[in-house]
Design a binder for this molecule. Structure first.
Ligand code: HSE
Length: 340
């Protein structure tokens, strides 16, 4: 499988490390072998080689901050724009992992459409295109017999979308409710342990949980993007950000958290989606609420179904290998479905 990567930050490097470290195991267990033919970034430059880039050298160059440090290789092309890499025709799958833009989803959205037009499958960690243009991407992919996958966009590699869309395919899902942002859950947990808001945020950034612009996390927009993705994909809704009631944790002080603890309660940023709408809001939960014990960057979601009642999934919500693993899972699914 030949991959064209857009973005090579925390998630892209996580995926590359997984491919480097698990290559033999993936080949043996799944007959899966992936080659990175192109990487496009806004800050480090771009590299393209139809016969494949060297993953170790790519990671080393990324660590140095600039792809100029990637060694010369026969057939290597530097600074090629994404559109030209797509048009070059050697990639099978475009993996969109550039920073999420929840206002316009650009420039990623145009690149995703270009990739589908050119016959590439799509795997996204970038939430923007799925949150803002899901129906068009889905319809275009279906019309062309291509796969659109976005497991990484909600709860990192914890298989929320596969659970909802594949394992629960025979159920009607009536609502989704949970903790869908790793950064804020980590911060609230650390603040309960005595850290200040600023210290907790700095740690969440250092651990690779936060978005490039962390205001999206702390103001609730990242979780709201996930609410839109769930609403679009599970309920066939056409909700927009303006339809959601969104607030974050910026107003919550250490004193508020201490007061909640004294009352046997805990603040959690709770996201909710129903066919009619959605919300993201910090709520004080009693410790007896199962969501109150979901701590750190862990996320949780409860899907209310007609046949099974409530189904709850708890697992990683953010992080380098945790999100890289979601992309791997999508790539394996693309291979499986293409062979079926
Ligand atoms: N910034 C996001 C979070 C990353 O903290 O949950 C995963 O979507």
């Amino acid at each position: 499988m030949k991959l064209l990567l857009i973005g090579f930050g925390v998630v892209g490097q996580g995926l590359a490390e997984i491919l480097r470290d698990k290559g033999a195991q993936l080949e043996q267990a799944h007959g899966f072998s992936a080659t990175i033919v192109g990487v496009v970034t806004a800050s480090k430059g771009s590299l393209y080689r139809a016969d494949g880039l060297d993953i170790a050298a790519l990671l080393a160059a990324a660590q140095s901050g600039c792809f100029d440090a990637y060694p010369e290789q026969a057939g290597l092309r530097r600074r090629l724009p994404a559109g030209e890499m797509i048009a070059a025709g050697s990639a099978d799958v475009l993996v969109e992992m550039s920073p999420t833009n929840l206002e316009s989803a650009q420039p990623a959205l145009a690149i995703c459409h270009q990739a589908l037009d050119a016959g590439l499958h799509l795997a996204l960690a970038n939430k923007g295109p799925v949150a803002l243009d899901y129906a068009n991407l889905r319809d275009k992919a279906r019309a062309k017999g291509l796969q659109l996958r976005y497991e990484a966009t909600v709860m990192a590699g914890t298989p929320t979308m596969q659970l909802a869309e594949e394992a629960l395919a025979g159920c009607e899902i009536r609502s989704a409710r949970g903790i869908l942002n790793g950064t804020t859950n980590y911060m609230l947990t650390q603040m309960e342990g005595g850290l200040s808001y600023a210290e907790a945020l700095a740690q969440a950034q250092a651990l690779g949980y936060a978005e490039a612009d962390p205001s999206g996390d702390v103001e609730g927009w990242d979780a709201a993007g996930k609410v839109l993705i769930l609403a679009n994909a599970l309920f066939g809704s056409s909700l927009a950000m303006a339809d959601l009631d969104v607030s974050g944790i910026t107003q919550i002080s250490a004193a508020d958290i201490a007061a909640a603890a004294a009352a046997g309660e805990r603040y959690k940023l709770i996201a909710q989606a129903t066919p009619a709408g959605g919300a993201v809001k910090a709520r004080r939960l009693p410790l007896s609420d199962p969501l109150a014990s979901v701590s750190g960057s862990t996320n949780a979601i409860t899907l209310e179904t007609d046949l099974l009642g409530d189904v709850t999934l708890i697992g990683a919500g953010a992080g380098k290998l945790e999100t890289g693993s979601a992309i791997l899972s999508d790539l394996l699914a693309i291979q499986r479905n293409a062979r079926a």
